[in-house]
Design a protein around this ligand. Structure first.
Ligand code: ADP
Length: 618
């Protein structure tokens, strides 16, 4: 692997786990503009910056008097020269039958140089090799991360049986002297009164009481006294509050229950899956179930993951557009890609930088970092990697002002063309050929009717609406239901539901080829809500719970393909219902007359047999 000066320089304070980054774009600047590594006289930003854990980390090579890139070169050259010299001398002595142990001054010097340089090189590369084989600390101890102006506390990956996790730093501010001290033995009523009066902050209850369930109960009572609402329908017991502490939800007072329905089996890539869907939308599971049936009896669906990379795009400001361009050229220079990857990848042993795409708005630079994140959805991981690079860049661009680790070019939880075109998370395409008789018998419509409706609704209709990634019937319905069931971030439904549904006739105009192309499915099987008991059970049903030990990232990619397969089923069924004109008729029947239990049950059975969708699903 090529080792450029920047890379060597960075070895002063990092560990190697090199991945070649594919940095998009070519250097556009003339040679003189590439001289961005020249140190400027003053470094105000760098000197004012507090050392981060990564920059403050002491490395063995810190003790060296010269920049590591120079010492590396010197010792390598010394080693080669001494070796070459001694080999020549040795050959000469053998030829002239001179005893080998009789050494001249130059030979002694060469020998000492050889040993010294060997010791240096072994210790340098040996230490870094050992470091690379030891898991990065960051994987086990997640630093607090700021994402979209929100502070994310350290992730807790331990099962709930493990010792209590450290409390969220945002929840515990014991430095405030005004907070009255109370002990866990205090009467709940006293604590409630203290919180109601404002003397004790509500957010401190977990850490003060050391009992998360009790804290939730106290908080609930406080709420009742303040608002008069007992929130009777909201369950309090039967939930592991410890498992969400510092990770999933702050200041809990209970939990919302959601029904989980199962659609399937879905035949996908030679396997079958039963799809857990958490929803309160009637007909959704039934409809998806019908789509699964149509796909399965037609021979199943196939999927391909086209790309896998989470993105984060900080925004930084310079004094001039010229300087902003300097940074862009630097980041897009292929000769810097190894260094940047090395710096970035320190965030986790699963993080691998893939590329950086830069956009300028005057003197502001937006850098869209893309990286693979193993089985994690990856927002924390990529944000930490970005922070590492920002810290690193500050040395060479001291005039760079970091405005935010997220500058919206990422783009997270907002519809945007960049995700639709470039992808974010997993980009997946999923297809199936539905036989003509299946379209007729199971879907109760015809192939030409489906193809025509798809063109006029999902393609032309969405174009008329000016849709952005919305060239589908209801991908977000299925994405949201599976996201909630499997502990994904439901807000990422926005871009995860980007989908273009295509329907074309095949096999001499008889059968239907249907595909969904989804460029930005953002899912993980570790971290966030995925480790909660209910959500983990749903992931387990799909065979994708936790991290894939053999091939990190395989579980989250499989989950993305299953979601795409489920969307395929949902599209097929809703489009069929619309094409056959069942939709409104069935919904009027199902939604208006189901107060009576018997009628509701009958309607539900009918829906499973001949599902249709609510108007809001369209
Ligand atoms: P995210 O980056 O999606 O917000 P978290 O930071 O909450 O995810 O969770 C990722 C954590 O899980 C990291 O600390 C990482 O070291 C750990 N982890 C364990 N196994 C894996 C894996 N196979 N892929 C990715 N991360 C993993």
């Amino acid at each position: 692997m090529k080792m450029n000066p920047s890379l060597s320089a960075y070895k002063e304070r990092t560990e190697p786990s090199l991945t070649i980054a594919v940095i998009e774009g070519k250097p556009l600047a003339p040679p003189e503009t590439m001289d961005v590594r020249r140190r400027l006289p003053s470094k105000p930003a760098a000197s004012e910056r507090k050392p981060t854990p990564s920059t403050a980390r002491v490395q063995a090579s810190d003790a060296l008097p010269l920049p590591i890139r120079h010492t590396n070169k010197i010792f390598s050259a010394l080693f080669m020269a001494a070796l070459y010299f001694l080999m020549c001398r040795w050959r000469e002595k053998v030829r002239t039958s001179t005893p080998l142990h009789l050494l001249t001054l130059s030979e002694i010097f060469a020998f000492v140089s050889l040993v010294a340089s060997l010791i240096y090189l072994i210790s340098f590369f040996g230490i870094t090799y050992v470091q690379s084989s030891i898991p990065s600390n960051e994987d086990e101890i997640d630093d607090e991360v700021v994402v979209n102006d929100r502070h994310f506390p350290p992730a807790l990956n331990a099962p709930s049986t493990s010792p209590p996790p450290p409390p969220c730093p945002l929840l515990v501010d014991t430095s405030d002297a005004k907070i009255p001290s109370f002990c866990p033995d205090d009467n709940d009523d006293e604590i409630v009164r203290s919180v109601v009066s404002g003397k004790t902050p509500s957010y401190i209850l977990e850490s003060k009481l050391g009992d998360c369930r009790r804290a939730a109960g106290v908080r609930r009572e406080v709420l009742r006294r303040i608002t008069g609402s007992a929130m009777q329908g909201l369950p309090l017991d039967g939930f592991d509050y410890q498992s969400i502490l510092g990770q999933c939800c702050e200041m809990p007072v209970g939990y919302v229950t959601l029904p989980v329905g199962i659609a399937g089996p879905l035949a996908l890539d030679g396997k079958i899956y039963y799809l857990p869907m958490a929803t309160t939308e009637g007909c959704l599971v039934a409809s998806t179930n019908r789509g699964c049936k149509a796909i399965s009896v037609s021979g199943g669906a196939e999927s391909v993951v086209l790309r896998d990379g989470m993105t984060r795009a900080p925004v930084v400001r310079f004094g001039s557009a010229k300087r902003a361009a300097d940074l862009k050229f630097f980041l897009e220079d292929p000769s810097n890609s190894d260094t940047l990857a090395l710096v970035f990848n320190r965030s986790s042993r699963f993080a691998k930088l893939q590329g950086i795409q830069c956009a300028l708005a005057g003197k502001n630079v937006y850098m869209r970092f893309s990286c693979s994140t193993g089985d994690a959805m990856g927002m924390n991981m990529v944000s930490k990697g970005v922070q590492n690079v920002l810290d690193y860049l500050q040395d060479d661009f001291p005039d760079m002002e970091v405005l935010s680790v997220s500058g919206n070019f990422c783009s997270d939880k907002k519809p945007s063309a960049v995700n639709w075109i470039e992808g974010r998370g997993k980009s997946v395409v999923c297809e199936a050929i539905i036989k003509e008789e299946v379209v007729t018998k199971v879907l109760k419509t015809s192939v030409p009717a489906l193809v025509e409706l798809n063109t006029l609704k999902n393609l032309a209709g969405s174009a008329v609406a000016g849709a952005l990634g919305g060239f589908n019937a209801h991908a977000s319905n299925i994405v949201s239901a599976i996201f909630i069931a499997t502990g994904q971030d439901p807000a990422q439904n926005v871009e995860s539901s980007h989908c273009i549904t295509m329907m074309e006739v095949v096999n001499d105009g008889k059968d239907l080829h249907i595909s969904v192309t989804m460029p930005s499915i953002e899912v993980g099987t570790v971290g966030g809500g995925t480790q909660l008991a209910a959500q983990a059970a749903c992931l387990d049903l799909l065979g994708v719970k936790g991290s894939n030990l053999e091939s990190p990232g395989a579980n989250s990619r499989l989950l993305a393909t299953i979601i795409a397969g489920a969307v395929l089923a949902g599209e097929l069924s809703l489009m069929s219902a619309l094409a056959s004109g069942q939709l409104v008729r069935s919904h009027m029947k199902y939604n208006r007359s189901s107060r009576d239990i018997t009628q509701a049950a009958a309607a539900a059975v009918a829906a499973v047999r001949n599902p249709s969708e609510k108007t809001k699903s369209q």
